[in-house]
Write a protein that binds this ligand. Structure first.
Ligand SMILES: N[C@@H](CCC(=O)N[C@@H](CS)C(=O)NCC(=O)O)C(=O)O
Length: 204
């Protein structure tokens, strides 16, 4: 069974647990505490030189980091990946959006506010206005899309929705007011109704 190296509170890791649950793929979970730096130690760096989870380790020794790449791999030829090439590239478009314009602000605000030590919160407080501005901009882009579409790619639920759901559904923990985004809020509810859905907590 593949091993998912992960942190329970990480939205990037939750994306993988959610997709695996919905695809019926069993995973062994190996948990790393948030603040102890174990992913930066040689043993973990030999599996992912970038020192981050999620990391999927297969029985034959191959390893795959990056939540988007793992989602893509697990969902190949499944109902969670659009089948026509235009819809597949639309899924990628939203997954790249998530990684560059969404996660760096919404996930980081959540990390600092909900999981940061007092020292981290003090050191990073100057970032706050920028995180709020750019995170809200990302939520606005999602709102514009979801005002006209139920899903992000191919007219049905896919890994693009899972990639964006990971941190959007926990954005309130980062100080974002989701009531300002009614179409996003309605989409969050649709995602939670999909077969095989599991919440972020508890993950075991
Ligand atoms: N682009 C990566 C981001 C991974 C990431 O930032 N992982 C965090 C947890 S969410 C991590 O491993 N942090 C520990 C560290 O940086 O040492 C992905 O989508 O998988």
């Amino acid at each position: 069974m593949p091993i998912l190296h992960q942190m329970p509170m990480s939205g990037n890791c939750y994306k993988i647990r959610l997709a695996a649950s919905q695809l019926g793929i069993p995973l062994t979970l190996k948990d790393y505490p948030l603040h102890d730096g174990l992913t930066r130690k040689p043993d973990f760096l030999s599996k992912n030189p970038n020192g981050r989870v999620p990391l999927l380790e297969f029985e034959d020794g191959r390893t795959l980091p990056e939540s988007g790449a793992i989602l893509w791999h697990l969902s190949e030829a499944s109902r969670l990946q659009p089948s026509d090439s235009w819809s597949r590239v639309r899924a990628l478009q939203w997954m790249f959006f998530e990684q560059y314009s969404h996660e760096p602000y919404i996930a980081v605000a959540r990390f600092i506010k909900a999981y940061g030590t007092p020292d981290i919160q003090e050191r990073r407080k100057s970032e706050w206005p920028m995180l709020m501005e750019r995170g809200n901009a990302a939520l606005g882009v999602m709102e514009t899309h979801l005002a006209k579409h139920d899903w992000f790619a191919g007219g049905r639920y896919s890994i693009a929705d899972i990639a964006l759901y990971g941190y959007t559904h926990a954005a309130d923990e980062g100080g974002f007011d989701l009531s300002l985004y009614p179409a996003v809020d309605a989409w969050l509810k649709r995602v939670a109704e999909q077969p095989g859905y599991i919440p972020m907590w508890p993950h075991k």
